[in-house]
Design a binder for this molecule. Structure first.
Ligand code: GAR
Length: 189
């Protein structure tokens, strides 16, 4: 089972996933794709001798060259780990049921366009939520609306800040995202 990770930012999740599957003989992280040539995610890939691909918005929406690369690497599962760009419908059709995303809130709350990273935590804080969490879900043509695979929660106190919420979310992501990917593969493939 070959996996491609798509990421736009610092790539803490990319690092967690690479580390988690390092010794796994059947599940391999073989490609890291980013729309940001200075993304930390690419550095984690390089440090682990994993192939890297930098794409731009145009090549993603055209999809041809990206799909060719995924096929060349026999990618069976695409994992979005902090990937900012919208996945085009053409791409979804070609990888039906094989693209999953991590979102840093309990969807359907605080999802949609522009809901990324600290924007999500700020909205959670301003809404005086008593809990937040992470959602791992399939990707469909609308932002953050695909079928939910798993959700994990954390309680919020009255003293939270954007930073404290971000830390709680990072901890949940580290604990649960890689293991949820593994469970999903073992169950469905
Ligand atoms: C993660 O918290 C992920 O949940 C979030 O981006 C962050 C990336 O962090 N994803 C979204 O907000 C998707 N809408 P990382 O680069 O350190 O892995």
């Amino acid at each position: 089972m070959n996996i491609a990770l798509f990421a736009s930012g610092t790539g803490s999740n990319v690092k967690n996933i690479i580390d988690f599957f390092k010794k796994n003989k059947t599940i391999n992280i073989v490609l890291v794709v980013s729309n940001n040539s200075s993304a930390g995610a690419l550095i984690h890939a390089k440090n682990n001798n994993i192939h890297q691909l930098v794409i731009d918005k145009e090549s993603l929406s055209d999809t041809k060259s990206v799909l060719e690369k995924l096929r060349e690497k026999n990618i069976e599962l695409v994992v979005l780990a902090g990937f900012l760009l919208k996945i085009p419908e053409k791409f979804i059709t070609n990888y039906k049921g094989k693209i999953i995303n991590l979102h840093p809130s309990l969807l359907p709350k605080f999802g949609g366009k522009g809901m990324y990273g600290n924007n999500v935590h700020k909205a959670v804080l301003e809404s005086n939520e008593t809990k937040t969490g992470i959602t791992i879900h399939y990707v469909n043509k609308n932002y953050d609306e695909g079928t939910i695979i798993k959700q994990y929660e954390t309680k919020l106190s009255k003293k939270e800040t954007i930073e404290s919420i971000a830390l709680k979310i990072k901890n949940l992501e580290k604990l649960y995202f890689p293991v949820t990917i593994e469970e999903l593969i073992l169950k469905s493939y």
